[in-house]
Design a protein around this ligand. Structure first.
Ligand code: AMP
Length: 404
């Protein structure tokens, strides 16, 4: 795999696709800068070589979230809100072009001197970005002599700046950034070189989002631990009473089919034996413990219970490889975070005892960060959808564009 380490950027201008799609509060203060921090080593390597850097990224979905008058909200979705923070983190002045393909932006990129950084405005202000438009991609390519893709979080999209742009660079002038390389290496290790027992922990709201990954995991995992809202579709499919818990009625047949195939393949699928149930979806709700198959009609399961935690901990403790995607309950609410926290602690302990653990997906990453366990697991992925698609066994277009 070719990375920035294999190239010398002296007097070269690198066009680097980063993922600066960070969350902001109402005052445009960045609430989680992980993605920006993760891009710094690649930027630094290019600058240390004596090169210059043109950064491009998307931010949010500006063309889908229009203002009331139907216009694009160029203030809300501007990458200019990242400039100050990036400058503080990198210790460098950051130039900013308020359009990614304007004449002015090309003047700025072609005028960059060694050691300088230019950030282009949100690529998604152009509809051509998500369409993977060739002429737009070709214009973007003029910003640099070398193309570096460091945006793993967007690698599953065949967009202009993540994929199509790469074809306007010769094979020797395109490579992966360090973040992207680490993401691919770790995900690949898990998928192809994992030590057994391999345990996958899947949670979150919907079964439908996780069907393909479960199907692929049936081929490699020994245990699949299920938690979160998605458990109840399986439990209902098996004839349980789940009250008002989250359910996808149209997925119960599929759930039964997955269980049947797991049995055939000798994969153990674990469901929460008990649940913390609530009389409404609220942190101030009344709560109690219940058998997950016997939830009273007006109640809903919002976290895994003590017995489930103990059973899951035992399996995690004995695992050599652990993949975790999706919370075990509504961890955003104090009353329903115990299951997710206990699993995070169990994964951290197993890692300490020598297991390889990879955590991916926005909510599970938010959870390990919230519980300050991010440095106690082997790898925290910045990819949500991209990581899921990787584990579904798909070829990610952003990766193929560099390697093929
Ligand atoms: P996902 O995006 O599918 O990974 O789902 C993450 C979301 O699922 C989080 O916001 C959780 O609050 C939510 N969630 C987890 N468990 C439950 C549950 N038992 N009932 C409802 N929502 C849940």
């Amino acid at each position: 795999m070719k990375t920035v380490k294999d190239l010398n950027f002296q007097n070269k201008r690198a066009l680097v696709r980063v993922d600066f799609n960070v969350p902001f509060d109402k005052q445009f203060k960045i609430t989680d800068d992980t993605r920006i921090r993760s891009a710094l080593p690649t930027i630094q390597k290019i600058l240390d070589d004596g090169g210059s850097v043109v950064l491009m990224s998307h931010l949010g979905r500006p063309l889908k979230k229009l203002k009331e008058d139907g216009s694009v909200d160029k203030e809300k979705f501007s990458l200019k809100h990242v400039v100050k923070h990036l400058s503080e983190l990198s210790g460098k002045e950051i130039k900013f072009a308020d359009d990614c393909i304007s004449e002015e932006s090309f003047k700025m990129s072609s005028g960059l001197k060694a050691g300088e950084i230019l950030l282009l405005e949100n690529t998604r202000f152009y509809k051509e970005e998500e369409k993977g438009d060739e002429s737009f991609a070709e214009k973007l390519s003029k910003h640099g002599e070398v193309y570096v893709n460091d945006a793993f979080g967007s690698a599953h999209r065949a967009h202009a700046s993540t994929t199509v742009v790469a074809k306007y660079f010769s094979p020797e002038n395109k490579c992966f950034g360090l973040l992207m390389a680490a993401e691919i290496e770790n995900a690949d290790k898990l998928l192809h070189k994992s030590e057994k027992p391999f345990t996958a922990i899947l949670g979150g709201a919907k079964v439908s989002d996780k069907i393909l990954i479960i199907e692929n995991l049936l081929n490699i995992a020994d245990n699949i631990i299920i938690g979160g809202g998605m458990s109840y579709t399986f439990i209902k499919a098996q004839g349980g009473n789940i009250g008002k818990s989250l359910v996808e009625e149209d997925k119960t047949d599929l759930a039964n089919d997955i269980l049947k195939r797991a049995k055939e393949k000798g994969v153990q699928i674990l469901f929460p034996k008990d649940s913390v149930i609530a009389d409404r979806f609220d942190n101030n709700a009344n709560t109690q413990l219940a058998d997950s198959k016997d939830i009273p009609q007006e109640w809903m399961g919002l976290d895994i219970g003590h017995e489930a935690i103990a059973a899951y901990e035992a399996v995690i403790k004995n695992s050599k490889t652990i993949l975790w995607n999706g919370p075990m309950g509504v961890f955003e609410m104090e009353k329903f975070k115990n299951g997710t926290k206990s699993i995070a602690v169990a994964v951290a302990h197993a890692t300490q005892d020598g297991a390889f653990s990879l955590i991916g997906g926005g909510d599970s990453v938010a959870a390990v960060n919230q519980f300050q366990l991010a440095d106690k697991v082997s790898f925290v992925s910045t990819g949500g959808g991209a990581l899921l698609e990787f584990f579904e066994g798909k070829t990610l277009p952003g990766i193929a564009a560099i390697t093929e």
